[in-house]
Design a protein around this ligand. Sequence first.
Ligand code: IMP
Length: 439
Amino acid sequence: MATQAPHAVVTGLQWGDEGKGKIVDWLTESYDLVVRYNGGANAGHSVVIGDRRYALHLVPCGILRPGVLNLVANGVVLDPEQILREIAELEAGGLPVGERLKISDRAHLVLPYHKRADGLMEAAVAALAGEASQVGTTGRGIGPCYADKAQRTTAVRVADLYQPEALRRQLAHIAGVKNATLGALAGLSGQTFEPIDPAALHATLLSIGEQLRPYVADTAAIIRDAMAEGRRVLFEGGNGSLLDVDHGTYPYVTSSSTTALGIHAGAGVPAARLGRVVGIVKAYTTRVGAGPCPTEQVNAIGEHLRERGHEYGTTTGRPRRCGWLDLVALRHSAQLSGATELSIMLLDVLAGLETLQICTAYRLDGRLLDGFPASAAELERVEPVYETVPGFAEEVTAVRAYDQLPAAARAYVERIEALAGVRVSMVSVGPERSQTLVR
Ligand code: IMP
C-alpha cells in the first residue's frame, strides 16, 4: 500500500501556502531525513509548536524534530545570509542545528545583486508595459539566480566558495557583466545600480564560505547512503505546483520545478525511489502575486477566507487573493506529482459559510474545456463551473477525530476526494499538531 512506501514527498497542489510545513512537521516523526529540493527563500513555512511560531524559509521543517537530518539539496537557490540568520534564530530559540543540517555543494548562491535584479526587472517591465505585466515576485532574487544557473558563466555555486583563486577570476567577469546589464536595466525605470566591487564581494564570500563550511556536503550521496541503510527520506516541496516553471500558470510562476517531478534533478534521486506522494490542498484557494486565479472571490466570501485564514504572506506579508476550491487545477497538479493521498488544510476557515462552492470545470466561449489551459491569457478568461454543497455553521477547531466533524464538513471532504480521484488521508482544523485528523 502506498502509505507504507519508505520514502515520501510532501507537495503543495495549489499556488503555495497550502500548509506543507505543518504536514512535514507531522510526518517527520516517522522519517529520518527531510530534504528541500527546489526554490529558495521565496518559500515560507510557519510551524507552531506550543506557544512558539517558527518562520522557516530555507532550513527544512525537520529541524524542529530532534534526531532528524535536514538537507538543502542542489536544486535549491541558497541565500547564504538568510540561511545563516535562520540557523542563528533556531539556536537562539534553543534548537541546536549543528550536525542536523547539510547544504549541497552544488546549490547556487543568491547574492545581493540577484535580489536587486529581481526588483529592477519588475520595475523595468512596469515602466515599459505597465504593472499588469509584472510577475509580482517575492523579490528574493529567485528568478535572476536560476537565470544565472542556466546562463552558467555568471553563476556562483557553494563549492566555488572553497576555490579562492578561481572565485576571484569568476567574480571579476561576473561584476563586469552585472554592472553593465543591471546598470542598463536600472536606467529603464529611472533608477541607478550601485556597481559591484568584485574584491569586496570576494572577501564577503570567503567569510560566508567559512561560516557555511560545517554544513556543506554532497547531499545526493547522503540521500543515496541513507536509502541504502534503510533510513526513511521525506522530500519537502517549496512553493506550489501551479507555480511550477514548466507546468504552472506560466509566466506567472516561480523559476523552479515545484512539483514532485523536481525531486529527481533537484536532489539527485532516481524516480523509482519514491512511493508516497502527499498532496497538500487548502480547503479553498489562495494565490499571491499576479496571474490567473479562476475561482478568486473579490467579495465578502474572499474577505471571510482572508480574515479567518489569516491569509497574508509569510515571506512578504502581502494579502493573499482568496477564492473557492478549484478541482480542475487540483486534478492537473495531483496528476503531475502522482499524488497518492491528499491532506486537506484549513477546513476550519470555512465554518460559518452557508453554502460552499467547488469548481468542477472551466467554460470558455460557451464550451467546456478539457484539461488545464497552457495559456495564462486563456485561463484569465475561463468561467468556473461550480457545484454548490451545504456549508457548516459549527466551529471545528476543537474537533480531534474525523468522525466528530459536522456531517456537512465530512461531505465536503468526501466530495473533494471523489472529484479528485485521490484518497484524503488527513484533514487539518488548525495550526497545532493536535488539530490534525487522520482518516
Ligand atoms: P518568485 O518565486 O519570487 O520569483 O515569485 C514568482 C511568483 O511566485 C509570484 O507570484 C510569487 O508571489 C509566487 N510565489 C513564490 N513563492 C511563493 C510561496 O511560497 N507562496 C506563494 N506564492 C509564492
